[in-house]
Every structure is written in structure tokens, then in C-alpha cells.
Design a protein around this ligand. Sequence first.
Ligand SMILES: [Mg+2]
Length: 97
Amino acid sequence: MKINELCREAYETAKSKGWHDKPVETGTLLALIHSEVSEALEADRKGWDGDFAEELADVCIRVFDLCGSKRIDLEYHIRKKMEFNKTRSYKHGGKAY
Ligand SMILES: [Mg+2]
């Protein structure tokens, strides 16, 4: 399955469950993505491998929903950025992380 198909499916599923009945601010959707990242951090800290993987999936699903709701061509932008990253210097010129 392609990434943009996952975006459409995640958005349609969220929409069918009522999560897009009213317009949702982008900041709210980004905060929800962040909450899933925090849940992944917590699962990792506790050594819960299955939960860690599930929370990472939640992060992706939230990103897919956001992109689906805004009709963002995520597949294109991921490929474009990955190709750009290949051209960057070692540690991007000396960044710590
Ligand atoms: Mg979660």
C-alpha cells in the first residue's frame, strides 16, 4: 500500500468516527501527534516493545490523518526530503544531533 493511500484511509477512518465533524486546528492535530510520540517514549522507557511499536504506529496514523485532511502529498514530500538528505554533509556540517 502506498503512503498516500494510508493518508486517505487514516483520514476517512477518523472522519467516520466523528473526529472531523468540526474543523480541527492544525495545532491540535500536531499536538495529538506529539502526544503519541510521548506515549512511545514512555513505552520505550518501560521496555514495552509491543506497546512501543504500537505507539510508533499511532504517530504515523496521526500524521497520515493530518495529511489526508489537508490533502498533502506526503509520499512526494518524503521522497523529496529523503533525496535531499542524501546530499547533506556528514552530520549536516557538525550538528551535535
Ligand atoms: Mg497511542
